[in-house]
Design a protein around this ligand. Structure first.
Ligand code: BES
Ligand code: MN
Ligand code: ZN
Length: 505
């Protein structure tokens, strides 16, 4: 069993009395304001200890820094017993994402210190909207609890102790707006953590049919309609890209389709499609990958998991938008039946593609996913895919690559991504690059040399045709190579929050 325990996140209701059951209190510290800025529920001695420490520069408030201080003996029965200082960096650089990360870091640090109930003092920032700040802190706390040690044995007594996280605001008393934002945080982070748990699952325990089963199980729980096409259907309907990528594996491919129809929706309403790459393991196929780092390719379905997770959150929040998630899923393996370089596949849209490199498999499955979404009547599309190593080189881990055929749709997705704290950077995509996808033998080819993220996007755009479409290349942002103060090494769940923000509008 995963050791990530769910956390009760509430608003402190002791606004007036100051009494509470927490055994530690977290305070945010800014680098340009090294003191306790919010009215602190600390006794005189404790307050002096903390302020002396801050004045002496022993804790500078740098981003991602935390420090636990014992301010009273263990017999002191309140939240002043231990203080957890959390660095936020400078006021100038402060965003909701800073707070989200800080709350995640605080939760992980508190767990290490065997804290049971952490009280988190929301920083008082000028122009800060209390419900939005509370939402970010709550999201960070839920996300910070995530663990991917599914296969690790735990000694008795080693489990996480942290059960409660209460958010105390300096100014605002708990009201409905604050309570709503905490509920939204719980739902969105729950969906993101669900997506992470799939992306962290090894390839052997999450082949395409198991991925489809987990999607169907979630759909049943959250009232979504499911229709999964099996390998026979995929072949019969002419999805040669998805079929081709799956043909080298003993595990058959699948097309997972989940639908969310809000109450009162009609067929006239727009239908948005979230298409996610669902390669449950990418060996590269016959164009096999080098061994070093190949284990990370168990998360080559992170885009698919994010698309499904977003639907889960939209349904739970009862957002007013018809949405379909389409996840073409396959295992990319070399074998006697595998695609060979030079083979030509015929896709659902009718176009043929020459497979120059079997490791450029993501675009082969996505073009069928995009064409299928259009055949269902999608009026707008966002695809998410761990598509290219080249986007990692171009943008590093802090920006998702964004490509689009429609400026207005692109800017809506870009804004949603920024608000979600999952920033995306628009990349060029135009026929200037078309040489890289032109084949002498077929309508297109799947690889034309480096750089490749733009060529991959250009190929996808031919299948999106005139439907407003955004492609998010999350190859870098879906995975932390190293543990972070707010997250373990592994899947990040990126995309879920962006899509939910997009739907909320
Ligand atoms: N799944 C990979 C892209 C990837 C690489 C994701 C590293 C996350 C981390 C994709 O299928 C792939 O293999 N892309 C190749 C394509 C190339 C061989 C044409 C790439 O970008 O190197
Ligand atoms: Mn590949
Ligand atoms: Zn891949």
């Amino acid at each position: 069993m995963p050791s990530s325990k769910s956390l009760q996140v509430k608003l402190a209701d002791d606004h007036a009395t100051g009494a509470n059951a927490a055994d530690a209190t977290a305070f945010c510290v800014f680098t340009d304001e090294p003191r306790l800025s919010v009215a602190a529920p600390l006794d005189e001695a404790a307050r002096r200890t903390v302020e002396d420490l801050l004045r002496a520069g022993e804790f500078k408030g740098e981003w991602d820094d935390t420090l636990v201080i014992h301010t009273a003996d263990a017999a002191t029965p309140n939240s002043a017993r231990r203080v957890l200082l959390v660095g936020l960096g400078s006021h100038e650089d402060f965003t909701r994402d800073t707070l989200r990360r800080a709350a995640g870091g605080a939760v992980r640090r508190a767990r290490e210190a065997r804290v049971k109930h952490l009280r988190f003092m929301l920083p008082d920032v000028a122009g800060g909207d209390a419900p939005e700040l509370a939402c970010a802190a709550a999201e960070g706390a839920h996300l910070g609890c995530y663990e991917n040690d599914f296969y690790q044995q735990r000694e008795a007594g080693e489990e996480s102790t942290l059960e409660h996280f209460t958010i105390a605001t300096a100014s605002a008393a708990p009201d409905d707006a604050l309570r709503d934002s905490l509920e939204r945080a719980r739902v969105v982070a729950g969906a993101a953590n669900w997506a992470r748990s799939l992306a962290d699952e090894p390839g052997a325990s999450l082949p395409p049919r198991e991925f489809a089963r987990r999607a169907a199980e979630m759909a049943a729980e959250f009232g979504l309609a499911v229709e999964t096409l099996d390998a026979g259907e995929i072949r019969k309907r002419g999805m040669g890209g998805l079929w081709g990528v799956g043909q080298g594996s003993d595990e058959p491919p699948a097309l997972i389709v989940l639908r969310y129809e809000p109450e009162g929706a009609s067929d006239e309403d727009e239908l948005w499609a979230f298409v996610g790459k669902g390669i449950t393991f990418d060996t590269g196929g016959i164009s096999i990958k080098p061994a070093l780092g190949m284990e990370e390719m168990k998360s080559d379905m992170a885009g698919g998991a994010a698309a499904l997770g977003a639907l889960r959150a939209c349904a739970e929040l009862k957002l007013k938008r018809r949405i379909v998630a389409v996840v073409p899923t396959a295992e990319n393996m070399p074998s006697g039946r595998a695609l060979k370089p030079g083979d030509v596949v015929r896709t659902l849209a009718g176009y043929t593609i020459e497979v120059v490199d079997t490791d450029a498999e993501g675009r082969l499955v996505l073009v069928d996913g995009i064409a299928y979404a259009r055949s269902l009547g999608a009026t707008r599309i966002v695809d998410l895919a761990t598509l290219t190593g080249s986007i990692i080189v171009a943008l590093g881990d802090h920006r998702t690559g964004l490509f689009s055929n429609d400026d207005e749709w692109a800017s809506r997705v870009e804004t949603a991504a920024a608000r979600a704290g999952e920033p995306a950077w628009r990349m060029p995509m135009s026929d200037d690059y078309k040489k890289k996808i032109e084949s002498p033998i077929a309508d297109f080819k799947n690889y034309g040399g480096r750089p490749d993220a733009t060529a991959a996007a250009l190929l996808l755009s031919k299948f999106a045709a005139d439907t407003p479409w955004v492609h998010l290349d999350i190859a870098a942002t879906s995975w932390h190579e190293e543990a972070q103060p707010h997250a373990p090494a592994g899947a990040t769940g990126t995309g879920v929050r962006t899509l939910v923000e997009l739907v909320r509008g």
